[in-house]
Design a protein around this ligand. Sequence first.
Ligand SMILES: CC(C)(COP(=O)(O)OP(=O)(O)OC[C@H]1O[C@@H](n2cnc3c(N)ncnc32)[C@H](O)[C@@H]1OP(=O)(O)O)[C@@H](O)C(=O)NCCC(=O)NCCS
Length: 145
Amino acid sequence: MIRTPQTSLEWESYYDLRYRILRKPWQQPRGSERNNGDDKAEHFAFFIQNDLVGVGRLDFTSMNSSQIRFMAVDDKHQGKGIGKKLMMHMEELAQRKGCSETVLHAREIALPFYQKLGYHTIEKSHLLFDEIQHYLMSKKHEYSR
Ligand SMILES: CC(C)(COP(=O)(O)OP(=O)(O)OC[C@H]1O[C@@H](n2cnc3c(N)ncnc32)[C@H](O)[C@@H]1OP(=O)(O)O)[C@@H](O)C(=O)NCCC(=O)NCCS
């Protein structure tokens, strides 16, 4: 089931998953998994019963465009379609709210995941922690309003 975390315990698990998957392997400090945009973004988590096993954040960057950030699925649950379901859920919302495009900065290792979902690479973007190359990717949505 996909929904926004509700209780303080769920929010803790949400940021903890982000930290474990996207920051800890590069020895980054606790807290580095959050940024200012978290306050105004839409947050989604994939739950298996009470366990939070996947996360993703959707930003509305203008009237008609959106950006997906901080996608992470727990190690033990990767490759089971959870990331894909989270992406589709966020894209559907973006589309419903009138977005004609969703962009994201993909880690090199995740490029095939986003390509399968219909994203194409625009350009090389930033290098995170001096080693993780990112690529700006985009997907256009059908007009839906
Ligand atoms: C990248 C990530 C979010 C994908 O989520 P997931 O639940 O593991 O992926 P899914 O099982 O939904 O995969 C959907 C499809 O993409 C493919 N895929 C997923 N990750 C892939 C990868 N790294 N390389 C190649 N293919 C990949 C799957 O095989 C699947 O293909 P199919 O539809 O033909 O069966 C997840 O593996 C993850 O958190 N990785 C570590 C953190 C990370 O890199 N996050 C992205 C930051 S930009």
